[in-house]
Design a protein around this ligand. Structure first.
Ligand code: FAD
Length: 843
């Protein structure tokens, strides 16, 4: 028999140590003690079992004592708790909770992998059985039982990743959830402004978020608990989840006289040895070296625990291995978003006394998860923190929907390998449109950081618009964008007219530039700088980020009551055209809304992507009467925001706008304005707010983009003219051949040009037709209207489609070959409408 190794703790660090040791040493005697009932289970998956997202309990149990015994010849003893360590005699005193018996087990090497436990501070009333922590499988069973007993309310105390995961899963289970956090933000590894994006989404998901308010005491009220907050407010819930942090389970080590830090972490060397060379310690219970600061830290995460277990096993088995430190890479799903971080955040750097500008710098950018023209691209905010000279990356944080994990890991690897911002810029990352952009967000962070270092760009602090009263806010977005969401107090100078209007700005003034996400603002900043305006900064993340930062303010505005008869809240099933009430049936004399029953129409747009839902709103409301209600259900996250500005712009009233589960439900009351003004398809030029689009290209993606814009503009009630010329004409051809007399050149054109929209190809990645097919399939899967549907909708809704007579002549295309509803016109027809429009696009 070889050496005898006793491991205390049988989950992440303990189990990985035991398995590795067996692979290295067949002769070792391995005893694994676990005080609970389960070994090697997926504690990170527990929150998802509460809501049945992981419905199979067994899926969480990765190994059983029997499987560890059979596969690894490990003597696994569950329900056996180590009570004390006798270092002199190299023995552990153990209690078997199955039999009540106490016994001793000797060791050559001991591994302490006792993990940590959730904090339960001595707050008055905390012993109520309705106040639970989630840490083990039995904890999960108990919480699930309570959730399934028919309760309706829950409160989560603590906005760390476990608290957030619990809030999400309790919501998923159908409960009303309040999340209470003593700090001003959730997710402490993020800086405040990055966490604000989460705040907005958490609220959007129907969770009541109480930030900056701690628990004073609890009052047991029988089948519920009242949480008395320090502010004096109270929150009552039938279940309370306490998730306010952890403490290391280091009592055994402390009593045995091993070196412990002031936070209770066992001090180990880089081979995972404690102050006693026969005793190793791994996982949540130890102090680690933070690789960014080089300082000791407590970072309880599963990845480091598993790696440390492996390293301890290597060293015990005689294969020298060293732990290089922890950087705290973490990722969490928070409702619709993913939040991730690596390295140190700015708060920590400030606490360490480092100064922005001299010691470190930051850049914050907004980038899409993949090429914007490929369906499904979603934005992410990325904050990069680096030394002021750019030589070292200190940390990064990303919040977004897709592709967050891959970017944080890329930056995490760069950080661990000691890279600087130049390295991020130079990284050659795999690219194809469904996955990334030719300049990946990580590259973009590198470019932007380099611009800051070279002095080409200055970024404003997230709160600078409020803290710097001298700075003038300039918004370089188009007028239409500003109408949907305006930056308070900003002067609007669209980027396209900035060069001409630069004279309006005082050269000695201070400016903060906004656009939608930060790209146009950078161009604007460069224009201003090169026109002698020096004190100019870019607002990172643009209007979208600004809106997230101020989401609380917007949400506090109460929604109006609904004082009308005939309206029933809820019931969002498809009921298109259904009517409630009867008084003014079709054909009846028009009555004022207060004199007749109000009709309600329910439209279910679930699964429709932008601009689908807003188009449906437009289509339906057009034929409704003043005061009638349209209830729209959508699963598109952007719809809840779009409908607010749409109603404001079109004179309709947004009566309610809420989220139920994964659906967004908006109730709109048809406005009092006359039909033509309330939701008008105005004649081009009636208010000079028409849109014209020249469709020159015959690529499928470009034609698609044209119709998306056209339909979107139409939904805003704007008149649209589309002028198809040269290759764009092919989209308007009929699919079948029309027998016509043509000359040789015309025949050649006719044969070679695609016949209709279905024959169009992607401008890039067509791959012999595969790419186009894939694009159509994905659009179909994602419930995005096909190009043909978009064309049909646009024409039905009144988009004016003009085929250029001159191009038709040149290419030998005849009127008979074009689909119905197309007008033939010359450039004059187009120019007439263009003059009366405020957006003219060439695609
Ligand atoms: P543990 O895995 O906790 O194992 C310690 C074991 O020791 C326990 O089973 C305990 O019963 C046993 N023990 C303690 N004292 C004794 C004793 N005296 N005698 C016998 N046995 C004893 N980390 C991530 O990186 N990502 C995540 O998404 C994530 N999600 C999480 C979700 C939840 C709900 C929880 C609870 C944790 C999560 N973590 C996550 C943290 C991660 O699980 C821990 O960092 C990791 O498990 C630590 O491993 P460990 O071996 O140190 O301790």
């Amino acid at each position: 028999m070889g050496k005898k190794v006793v491991i205390i703790g049988g989950v992440a660090g303990g189990a990985s140590c035991a398995a590795r040791l067996r692979r290295l040493d067949e002769t070792a005697e391995i005893v694994m003690l676990e005080r609970g009932e389960y070994v090697s289970y997926a504690n990170c998956g527990l929150p998802y079992h509460v809501s049945d997202v992981i419905s199979e309990r067994d899926a969480l149990l990765l190994q059983t004592p029997e499987s560890l015994r059979e596969r690894f010849n490990i003597d696994v003893r569950i329900m056996n708790e180590a009570l004390s360590i006798d270092r002199e005699k190299k023995a552990v005193e153990i209690k078997n909770h199955n039999t009540g018996e106490k016994y001793r087990e000797s060791y050559d090497y001991l591994v302490i992998a006792t993990g940590s436990s959730p904090l339960r501070p001595p707050i008055r009333g905390i012993d109520s059985p309705l106040i639970r922590t989630l840490w083990t499988v039995p904890d999960t069973d108990e919480i699930r039982r309570i959730v399934k007993s028919g309760i309706r309310t829950a409160a989560v105390i603590g906005g760390g990743f476990i608290g957030l995961e619990m809030a999400e899963n309790l919501r998923e289970a159908g409960l009303e959830v309040t999340l209470i956090e003593a700090l001003e933000q959730v997710m402490a590894p993020l800086d405040f402004e990055m966490a604000s994006i989460l705040h907005e989404n958490i609220r959007d998901n129907g969770v009541v978020l109480r930030l900056g308010d701690g628990v004073d005491s609890f009052t047991d009220e029988g089948d519920r608990v009242k949480i008395n907050l320090k502010s004096g407010d109270g929150v009552t819930a039938e279940l309370v989840i306490l998730s306010i942090g952890v403490r290391p389970n280091s009592g055994l080590a402390k009593e045995a006289g091993l070196g412990i830090n002031e936070r209770g972490g066992i001090i180990v060397d880089d081979m995972m040895r404690t102050s006693d060379s026969a005793i190793y310690a791994v996982g949540d219970v130890i102090e680690v070296k933070d690789i960014v600061s080089g300082e000791p830290a407590m970072i309880p995460l599963a990845g480091p625990a598993n790696k440390q277990g492996r390293i301890a096993a290597d060293n015990i088995a005689g294969f020298e291995e060293r732990y290089t430190g922890t950087q705290g890479s973490a990722v969490a799903k928070v409702f619709d978003l993913t939040a991730a971080s690596t390295g140190q955040n700015e708060k920590t750097l400030k606490k360490r006394g480092l100064k922005k500008g001299t010691d470190y710098e930051t850049v914050t950018i907004s980038q899409n998860s993949h090429a914007g023209y490929y369906p499904g691209a979603t934005p992410m905010m990325l904050k990069l923190i680096f030394t002021a000279d750019g030589e070292k990356i200190l940390g990064a944080q990303i919040v977004g929907t897709d592709g967050v994990d891959k970017r944080i890991d890329t930056i995490g690897v760069a950080l661990r390998l000691g890279a600087g911002v130049k390295d991020l810029k130079n990284l050659e990352l795999a690219y194809a449109p469904p996955y990334s952009s030719a300049k990946d967000p990580v590259n973009m962070a590198g470019f932007t950081a380099e611009n800051v270092i070279k002095g080409l760009l200055k970024m404003a602090e997230w709160n600078e618009p409020e803290t710097n009263r001298e700075a003038i806010r300039i918004d370089v977005r188009e007028e239409e964008e500003v109408a949907a969401y305006a930056i308070p107090g900003a002067k609007n100078i669209p980027l396209g007219s900035l060069r001409e209007r630069v004279g309006e700005l005082d050269k000695s003034g201070e400016y903060i530039i906004f656009c939608a996400i930060g790209v146009r603002a950078y161009n604007a900043l460069r224009i201003l700088r090169q026109n002698g305006i020096e004190k100019v900064k870019l607002f990172p993340g643009g209007a979208r980020f600004y809106r997230s930062l101020h989401s609380e303010r917007a949400e506090q505005e109460p929604l109006p009551e609904l004082p009308i008869s005939g309206y029933e809240a809820g019931g969002a099933d498809k009921d298109s055209g259904g009517e409630k009430g009867s008084a003014a049936g079709a054909g009846g004399a028009e009555m004022k809304p207060q004199e007749r029953e109000v009709r309600k129409i329910c439209v279910n747009c679930s699964g429709l992507q932008c601009p689908g839902p807003i188009m449906e709103v437009f289509k339906n409301i057009k034929d409704m009467r003043e005061g009638d209600i349209l209830e729209v259900t959508s699963t598109d996250i952007g719809f809840a925001k779009d409908i607010v500005s749409w109603c404001r712009r079109t004179g309709n009233e947004l009566v309610s706008n809420e989220r139920r589960g994964s659906s967004f439900i908006a109730c709109i009351r048809k406005g009092a304005l006359p039909e033509t003004e309330a939701c008008p398809i105005e004649e081009a030029g009636s208010k000079n707010n028409g849109k014209t689009i020249i469709v020159f290209d015959g690529d499928m993606d470009k034609v698609l983009a044209s119709f998306v814009i056209a339909n979107g503009a139409l939904a805003m009630g704007r008149p649209v003219t589309m002028f198809f010329t040269f290759w764009g004409l092919t989209a308007l051809r009929k699919e079948s051949k029309v027998p016509l007399k043509k000359n040789a050149v015309e025949k050649m054109f006719g044969a070679m040009l695609p016949r209709g929209s279905r024959k169009l190809k992607l401008s890039k990645m067509n791959m012999g037709g595969m790419g186009t097919m894939m694009m159509r399939k994905i659009m179909d899967d994602k419930n995005i209207d096909s190009l043909e549907d978009m064309m049909k909708n646009a024409m039905e809704a009144g988009v004016k489609i003009i085929a250029c007579s001159m191009s038709m002549d040149v290419m030998g295309i005849r009127k008979e070959e074009l689909i119905d509803g197309v007008e033939i016109g010359g450039v004059g027809t187009y120019l007439g409408d263009a003059e009366e429009s405020n957006v003219n696009l060439f695609i």
